[in-house]
Design a protein around this ligand. Structure first.
Ligand code: ADP
Length: 397
């Protein structure tokens, strides 16, 4: 049985065709520059040569058509007909309070998704365009929506209400939602498997550290708190996003620099984080190299990031009765040997001890704490596409 996973952005689209019997990716790829010049599709069938095509891609329907044609192509296709695709799983960024899990898409679901557009004006319209394009081309294939926010819907008001007048929550649904939910859910399930425990019995702190980063506190398999908020801007300093800052900085800069809301929003999302502090790069590898060459601001940016991760871990410790493991995932979490070491070094007061040799690995499941450590430290490579495919499969069964 094959599930097609679609992650649709405003001008790009990522896809994976997953063979659910083998739990393997049969083909994956990326369509870029949809609706602009120089549009292209990169298609990678597993075990065959990669194909890149530069062609006119005016909209998402044409993009999906190209994806489907590639998958069934006589030469480089991986299945012989579209009938072999049992369902399509769509990544949707914001599910607001409408969705606390994945859902089979019908007209009512589309309406509810449309209600969430205000909360993610850059992402949800693109996700909806992808769904509409697939429905047009494959009207009889079941579609499932998988939301970045859904796994966090178990958070209590004490952790999701902001201390501003309550009417803004009632009027505009301003509250913490949290993101990267599909990743936090995937690593929670994997951690339970690796620890040999029922998923409803694991207590974890899951650290998704990539270009965008978020941390979640998991109690009995459910999220009780997470670092991102109404939008993915809150929490840790990230590649280009500022994370937590004093909110008064917004009006202060507005007045001092004569910046409007859009300019401040762009500054906080695109020019801040480790890029803003270092002035070097948003990429952690570049920062490590610059710091080795003596760039103090690159080191400062890295120190701030590591310290912020530790502070969240500390605050989640006091919210969890006990912690089975701290999980590291995503680009930096899976591959950043130095970052993991710097973060874990600062956790000694909690009785947490890292084994340097075990930490010396990239992108593999691994427990890297010492025998004496009070809490296990684990690396678990995330797999959001597989999680989307698994949710899709369970809903169509
Ligand atoms: P995204 O949020 O875009 O999905 P990723 O999860 O792919 O991001 O993470 C990208 C980040 O991972 C980049 O900052 C990159 O520098 C970092 N990264 C990747 N490989 C390494 C590595 N070997 N050492 C340190 N950081 C790494």
């Amino acid at each position: 049985m094959n599930i097609l996973v679609i992650n649709c952005g405003s001008s790009s689209l990522k896809f994976q065709l997953i063979d659910m019997e083998k739990n393997e990716v049969s083909a994956k790829g990326l369509v870029e520059r949809i609706g602009i010049d120089n549009s292209r599709i990169k298609y990678e069938p597993t075990g065959k040569d990669e194909v890149e095509q530069i062609t006119d891609i005016p909209d998402h329907t044409v993009a999906i058509e190209l994806v489907l044609n590639s998958i069934i192509d006589k030469d480089h296709g991986v299945i012989s007909s579209l009938d072999e695709i049992s369902a399509i799983g769509h990544r949707v960024v914001h599910g607001g309070e409408e969705f606390n899990g994945s859902v089979l898409i019908d007209d009512a679901v589309i309406k509810a998704m449309e209600k969430c557009i205000d909360l993610a004006p850059l992402h949800n319209p693109a996700n909806l365009m992808g769904i509409a394009a697939c429905q047009k081309l494959m009207p009889n294939t079941p579609m499932v929506g998988v939301f970045d926010t859904a796994f966090h819907q178990t958070i209590d008001p004490v952790n999701y209400i902001y201390a501003i007048p309550y009417e803004y929550y009632e009027k505009h649904q301003i509250r913490r939602y949290g993101f990267h939910g599909t990743s936090h859910k995937y690593v929670t399930q994997r951690a339970a498997e690796i620890l040999g425990k029922d998923v409803n019995e694991v207590n974890l702190i899951t650290c998704h550290l990539g270009n965008g980063s978020s941390i979640a506190a998991i109690k009995n398999g459910k999220v009780i708190d997470t670092s991102m908020g109404l939008t993915p801007l809150e929490g840790l300093p990230m590649g280009t996003r500022c994370g937590n800052i004093d909110p008064a900085i917004v009006p202060f800069l507005g007045r001092k620099e004569n910046m409007d809301y859009d300019a401040i929003d762009a500054m906080m999302n695109k020019k801040s984080g480790v890029l803003g502090v270092s002035g070097v790069s948003s990429d952690f590898r570049d920062l490590e190299n610059a710091s080795k060459e003596g760039n103090e601001r690159a080191q400062l940016a890295l120190d701030m990031f590591h310290n912020s991760v530790r502070k969240f871990i500390g605050s989640y410790f006091v919210q969890l009765d006990s912690v089975d493991a701290i999980i590291f995932t995503a680009g930096v979490g899976e591959n950043g040997i130095t970052s993991r070491a710097e973060i874990c070094k600062g956790l000694k007061s909690l009785g947490i001890e890292m084994d340097d040799e075990l930490n010396n690995v990239r992108g593999k499941d691994r427990i890297f704490s010492t025998e004496n450590s009070s809490v296990k430290l684990m690396i678990i490579p995330t797999n959001e596409e597989l999680m989307i495919a698994q949710d899709t499969l369970s809903l169509i069964k």
